[in-house]
Design a protein around this ligand. Structure first.
Ligand code: KG4
Ligand code: ZN
Length: 356
């Protein structure tokens, strides 16, 4: 099956052309084109994403990226079997731009269109391994062979959710953040430190030059038995520290903050995996781009006797290839409705607060 996927939930306009095959037991993906147009420069002066600006940029960029995706390709839009588009969660004005674009294409080319949950996209980004070499650090990992039960940590700018997967399409939420998402905390702390936007990668960069053991920031909720997280208190601790230590080394603050922020993610993910006898620990979402988190979560998984997998770098932050992967899996689920399994088709309507 050939899919054209569109993702405009936040400030990246992104399209993907993907070939997918296989059933729910072993779906296989081949990225033919993967295009991301970032609006970082546009939103940087505001220190965060401005929804109406994002919407306007998506409207401008979508037709241009569509042309680019088929340029010098052996495929044209008539060769597409399914159009996929993110319907939520995300910024509704931005989501609507992608949805309307997908609907117009579908009507013009008489193609089916499927709405996709952005968070499922992040989860299934772990199954796109065919084109990019796997970044898995466990030598026992075999391509496309993630086994269940698995624990998957979604760490992004809008979400911090720990799920237990019994199968590719069957999971339950074990815990989530009670206030800010971890990526949001990185962005807010970066702003406190006057780092450039977007903050997450800047904190990681500065942290590499700092000493992570200089400041003992709190490790929020690490010692609680549940699998929930909290980041607003940690952010406030950084604020107070800066107020009281005007000349403090920013690299040391970044490093100490990063260590404190990731301790509960790593600790609780591994604890959940042990509690539920998981075989695999999976990481995804924009924060999965952080090499410190990848390294220490992989190391903790390995020492607990678990396999670890995180998507290739370009699949962590928002992209349409992950939406194509989720669409294919949703499509297979819809097909198996006749064989008795339930799967709900998402309405082609922006839903800013859609959950997993
Ligand atoms: O998944 P994503 O692209 O968008 C959402 O769905 O939210 O995640 C974006 C988030 C931002 O908060 C960004 O600061 C964070 O991911 N992020 C990072 C890094 N790269 C992106 N956080 C920490 N370290 C990074 N290297
Ligand atoms: Zn995302």
């Amino acid at each position: 099956m050939r899919l054209l996927a569109i993702e405009t939930s936040c400030d990246e306009t992104t399209l993907s052309l993907m070939e997918a095959s296989g059933g729910l037991r072993s779906p296989r993906f081949k990225i033919l084109r993967h295009l991301v147009s970032s609006q970082v420069k546009l939103h940087a002066p505001f220190g965060g994403v401005v929804p109406m600006l994002a919407k306007r940029e998506h409207a401008k960029n979508l037709p241009l990226i569509l042309k680019k995706i088929f340029r010098n390709s052996k495929f044209a839009i008539c060769d597409i079997d399914l159009i996929a588009v993110t319907v939520g969660p995300g910024l509704e004005p931005a989501l609507w731009e992608g949805i309307n674009f997908a609907k117009e294409l579908a009507a013009k080319w008489k193609k089916p269109v499927l709405g996709v949950n952005h968070l499922e996209g992040h989860i299934y980004s772990n199954w796109i391994t065919s084109v990019i070499p796997s970044v898995n650090q466990n030598p026992n990992f075999k391509k496309n062979k993630i086994t269940f039960p698995a624990v998957c940590l979604i760490a992004s700018g809008g979400h911090t959710i720990l799920i237990l997967m019994a199968a590719l399409t069957k999971w339950k939420i074990l815990g989530s953040t009670r206030d800010d998402a971890v990526g949001e905390a990185f962005d807010k702390v970066a702003r406190l430190l006057n780092f450039s936007y977007p903050g997450g990668p800047q904190i990681e960069l500065h942290a590499r030059r700092g000493d992570e053991d200089t400041i003992d920031f709190p490790r929020p909720m690490l010692d609680q038995k549940n699998f929930d997280f909290s980041y607003s208190g940690l952010k406030t601790s950084v604020l107070y520290y800066l107020r009281d230590h005007k000349k403090a080394n920013k690299n040391n603050i970044a490093a100490s903050f990063q260590k404190a922020a990731f301790a509960p993610l790593i600790g609780k993910t591994i604890r959940a995996a042990s509690t539920y006898h998981a075989k695999f620990v999976l990481l995804c979402g924009g924060v999965a781009s952080n090499r410190y988190l990848r390294h220490y979560l992989a190391a903790a998984a390995r020492s607990a006797g678990l396999s670890f997998h995180a998507p290739a770098m370009k699949l962590n932050t928002d992209n349409a290839s992950m939406i194509a992967a989720a669409a294919y899996i949703n499509f297979l689920q819809l097909q198996s409705v006749s064989s008795g399994k339930k799967h709900r088709r998402l309405p082609l309507r922006a839903n800013g607060s859609l959950s997993v």
